[in-house]
Ligand binder design. Structure first.
Ligand code: UD1
Length: 337
């Protein structure tokens, strides 16, 4: 059996990747402190795989614990999802982000180094491109940040570069996610934000299911076809498959890589709303609001490197993303609660 440690494996992207790894014949082991996820996910994963879920409740910053876990299972690789990701919160509480996202990363890397487990996929983000000068965005674009959350992603990438330069035994894949949305088609797992959703798709889903009266559309005067922000939404199932492809590459080749995981196609806020209304048969009332601070007009990937390097590309459409997000939301109006 080949075991793969998933830090933050009970979260939104981690849980979908868990299923994709399992289907690919690997054995994922979850380490999660459940600070932003629910243990109910574990029951759902067990139902979907028909097998008990290997999971430890704990922090990625507990170095002794992580070392013991890596040794116990002789982990083949680690996928590091664990991290905070709310932009506004990171502006209000930067130390929380530095401690968890940077401190957690250093501790994890030390545990990996000490146990000679040096194969890692890291969850980075298109946020490292800041406000891109043009679109589509290639991996060569300059990096910047506009908030502490984005800064932590950038610094983590730099830590990994330094580590790889220091020791050729490290095998590292940096995955820059665009906008993950949607859910597993079973409706059993999906995105479950706590409180008011920050991101568009879960907010739209909560309006459609009647939990919130309307969507605030942040900005209608961007230089985009309909004036609203354009993003590269990617189905979380495609993203999960991207992790399997990236891990296979990392295990079979002797190169490190940094790659965009997106579809290469941008959609505006209003296009997403229309697609969601179609998929759900519900109305999604909208109100225009001022631009949200830190938002960019357009952000979508040049996804060609992922295709040539990993032989992976996203296949699900915006309609699929909305249909699966709606299925999850309508089956679980209160998420995992
Ligand atoms: C946001 C973060 C980004 C982070 C990513 C993943 C900001 C500024 N950016 O990306 O750093 O990596 O989430 O967590 O927060 N929108 C509305 N109404 C809403 C919510 C969103 O109109 O209630 C619009 C936004 O203005 C934007 C689009 O929908 O044009 C997508 O927003 P969102 O889902 O928050 O993603 P990003 O801003 O791309």
């Amino acid at each position: 059996m080949r075991f793969v440690l998933l830090t933050g494996g009970a979260g939104y992207i981690g849980s979908h990747t868990y299923l994709a790894l399992h289907a690919a014949g690997l054995t994922p082991v979850i380490l999660d402190d459940f600070s932003n996820s629910s243990p109910v996910v574990l029951e759902r994963l067990q139902r979907l795989t028909g097998q008990p879920v290997l999971c430890e409740r704990g922090s990625v910053a507990d170095k002794a614990r992580v070392q013991a876990l890596i040794e116990r299972y002789k982990m083949t690789a680690v996928i590091h999802f664990a991290g905070f990701k709310a932009v506004g919160e990171s502006v209000a509480q930067p130390l929380k982000y530095f401690a968890n996202n940077l401190g957690g990363m250093v501790s994890l890397l030390q545990a990996m180094d000490a146990t000679d487990c040096r194969t890692l996929l890291f969850s980075s983000s298109a946020t490292v491109y800041g406000d891109p000068a043009t679109v589509p965005i290639t991996e060569q674009f300059p990096r910047s940040y506009t908030n502490p959350y984005g800064h932590t992603k950038l610094v983590c990438e730099d830590m990994l570069s330094a580590l790889c330069a220091s020791n050729p035994a490290w095998r590292v894949g940096v995955l820059r996610y665009f906008n993950p949305v949607g859910a597993h088609p079973s409706g059993l797992i999906g995105e479950d934000p706590s409180g008011l959703p920050n991101n568009l798709m879960p907010y739209v889903a909560q309006v459609a299911v009647g939990k919130r009266p309307f969507l605030n559309v942040y900005g209608r005067d961007y230089a985009t076809p309909d004036g609203t922000g354009v993003r590269d939404y990617i189905h979380v199932e495609d993203l999960a498959a991207g992790h399997v492809a990236a891990l296979q590459k990392l295990l079979s080749a002797s190169e490190n890589f940094t790659v965009n995981l997106g579809t290469g196609q941008g959609y505006s806020v209003l296009e997403v709303v229309r697609a969601f209304e179609q998929a759900s048969g519900q109305l999604v009332p909208c109100q225009f609001a001022p631009r949200r601070s830190g938002d960019v007009a357009q952000c979508y990937a040049d996804a060609s490197l992922a295709h040539s390097l990993l032989n992976w590309r996203a296949t699900r459409t915006l309609a699929d993303m909305c249909a699966d997000a709606w299925h999850w939301q309508s089956c679980n109006p209160d998420g995992y609660r």
